[in-house]
Design a protein around this ligand. Sequence first.
Ligand SMILES: [Zn+2]
Length: 202
Amino acid sequence: MPSHPRPKALDRLCKALSRLPGVGKVTSERLAYHLMQVPEAEALDLASAIQEARRDVRICSVCFNLDQEDPCSICRDTTRDRTLVLVVEGPREVAAFEESGFRGLYHVLQGRVSPLEGISEKDLSLQGLVRRVKEGDFQECCLAMNPDLEGEATADLCFSALKKTGVLVTRLARGIPAGASILQVQQPILSDAFQGRRKFQS
Ligand SMILES: [Zn+2]
């Protein structure tokens, strides 16, 4: 039986899709064949959306957030609390905090230290943060890394870099997620939750 390999172009598409995070071989093939079936305009719209985003979205030279302008709209917004900077791992976290109603400024680290992935301090925008803290009028720098091992290591690194500047360094409260049970959470979380307790307000 002669084998019928996939058309080269389709193979290239599968390979390109499989390089996306969270997309394995099976999903990449499903997506590629799907794109062959939908109307051509719909498939090409995806291609042009990628093109447009790559062309028009840039990294803010101040906070390293993604925006269509530099400095970004958040950095230019004079109605925000400019004494408070929230340090996050990536631009997706900025979007999440924006939705939560946060009205201070941000600094996007562009990642987190990860020895396994070969990401170290020099790959982050940490020096940019230190410079902003030294030059700006921030009174508080809140570290909002993810509460896991790499996030913790990144937060420690930020703290050591920032403590010489004299700025107040805080971190997000950690604790028991709403809906969880005290008996189910791990001991460090319980201890953090206790330390981060606050006045009862009804
Ligand atoms: Zn910015």
